[in-house]
Design a protein around this ligand. Sequence first.
Ligand SMILES: [Zn+2]
Length: 252
Amino acid sequence: MAHILALHAHPDDIEILAGGTLALLAAVGHTITIATATAGEGGSAVHDPAGTGRIRQAEADAAAALIGADYRCLGFADLGVFNDDPSRRVVTELIRSVAPDLVITASPVDYHPDHEAISVLVRDACFAAPVANYRTGPAAATATIPALYFMDSIGGRDREGVRIRRHFAVNVATTFATKQAMLAQHQSQADWVARQHGITDHLADMAAWTRRVGRDFSVDYAEGFRQYRHPPYPTVPVLQGLLGELVVVAET
Ligand SMILES: [Zn+2]
């Protein structure tokens, strides 16, 4: 069985972009760790930052528990994720402590600065994880660089509005209900995304997005991914191998 680490910026990002895929992997017995760089403490106009962070971590924990996953928060500040030396060591220590077979993180290009920053941090922390002389804490260096994947950006486009091509998608029709239940745990975000993003129903918006990716791959519901293949990162299709026939490669 494999250990999968999904690491993104804020509580609810992973549920929206990869929740169905993680539910599929969990259902067949793989171990899942869901982690966020921040507690998303900016995501409220009602509660103060500390209170919002506590609420959102509890929501993320409840969402992860639905698929038997662990949830970890790195404790970076919301809108305060930067690609710097201390942050890279924190992310590397997380990867070393989890020792995942593969890592799934944010798109390198996305609408939110925290998404782009955590993507670069994770990419470089995967590289650093097996470098024993790069000291980060008690966790031992990993044996190798883990296989690395990027989720879609929010909306599947770059900052110029150009569509980002995926390498493949995962057919999540059988776990879509679980994905919905995971996102529904993030109750505090229903009002926030209406106010901040003009999204009046975040569950319906996620459903429309997952159907939209499905349309691109001629299935009902899907989530898109790219594998980072630059040497010396592994090019073995680890995630695709775990999912087998649920992987769809022909984007229309
Ligand atoms: Zn986010």
